[in-house]
Design a protein around this ligand. Structure first.
Ligand code: ZN
Length: 327
């Protein structure tokens, strides 16, 4: 099947979450709110909305949130497990490691008791991010996929990418294009939001099309940068996007093409996680990036030295440490 046709077929399965209100709709809502507010006794909007007057902060579900930064060599793969009130877990997979490591990744997911993936985000279609995508989607029930709106002209023609689309078509897995502000998951005190990219972008570099995500859990937050580089960081800074986080998944495996000083200063993480392979040919992480993190007093964890890293949050405090000593 020609690539273009296949992609079109895949995209015909995509269901986009309606993001934008029409201008008319927005104005109506604002007017309605204002009218209701003006009628409200004591001028308290919470009364109008039928909410308790002094509502306590939204309680978090029982349990703690876990983020695994899996050791997949010179590649990326993160697993997020969000506890829900009913005792179940919402599972998010970000990327799927490299070609050739599929079996190991599936074994790891099995060890972590991942029976179902509620959402898989494939940050961008480079082999070190979607290498195991087809195999994971084949083997593990997956509810939904999110991917970047890469223009047709920049879409790769690799077998890795084709295979991923084939499985999505075969299993009729719905997908959504990333868009800034798109909320992929939301529950009491928890949200997973796309910060970048969007259809309006015109990045030349496929890395910059990486889906950048922010996960908020109570008072804690996590940034996932994919391989996004400095131009994306600058655009996010210029747009005033809230980049503060407790844990930063460092962009582009710790390359000096990412993690600009202004970005790092604004994000102000306590922990930085670098996903890279031992003795990789790119020299990742670059010394310059490590120096910047060190200068800012950020605790750095690296999958090449620490193995899989686990960050845990109770909504107030985050700890991040190697899951077990690296071999
Ligand atoms: Zn990469």
């Amino acid at each position: 099947m020609p690539r273009r046709k296949k992609k079109n077929q895949a995209l015909s399965l995509l269901s986009r979450i309606p993001l934008r209100l029409t201008l008319g709709g927005l104005i109506s809502i604002v007017l309605l709110c204002l009218a209701a507010f003006s009628l409200a006794s004591n001028g308290d909007l919470r009364v109008v909305l039928g909410l308790p007057k002094a509502a306590a902060p939204t309680p978090l579900p029982e349990g703690r949130l876990a983020v695994y930064y899996l050791d997949v060599g010179q590649a990326d793969c993160e697993l997020i497990r969000i506890p829900r009130e009913d005792g179940s877990t919402y599972t998010v997979l970000i990327d799927a490691g490299n070609n050739g490591d599929e079996e190991e990744l599936l074994q790891t997911l099995d060890k972590l008791d991942v029976e179902k993936i509620d959402l898989a985000v494939f940050t961008h279609p480079h082999a070190d991010h979607i290498g195991g995508a087809a195999e994971v989607l084949s083997a593990v029930e997956t509810e939904r996929v999110c991917m970047p709106p890469v223009p047709e002209s920049q879409t790769p023609t690799t077998a890795t990418y084709e295979n991923m689309l084939d499985v999505m078509i075969e299993k009729e897995i719905p997908a959504t294009y990333a868009e800034p502000g798109l909320v992929l998951y939301e529950d009491k005190g928890v949200s997973l939001t796309v910060l970048s990219p969007g259809e309006q972008d015109s990045w030349d570099n496929l890395n910059d099309w990486s889906v950048v995500l922010k996960l908020v859990y109570g008072e804690n937050s996590f940034l996932f940068m994919g391989d996004a580089e400095t131009p994306v960081e600058k655009q996010l800074l210029d747009s005033g996007t809230d980049l503060t986080c407790d844990v930063l998944k460092v962009g582009h495996h710790g390359s000096d093409t990412s993690t600009s000083p202004s970005f790092l200063k604004t994000a102000a993480p306590n922990f930085a996680v670098i996903s890279c392979g031992k003795d990789n040919t790119y020299g990742h992480p670059h010394a310059e990036t490590l120096k910047k993190l060190e200068d800012q007093g950020v605790t750095v964890l690296r999958t090449d030295e620490d193995g899989t890293i686990l960050a845990v949050s109770d909504g107030k405090n985050v700890t991040a440490a190697p899951l077990s000593p690296a071999a």
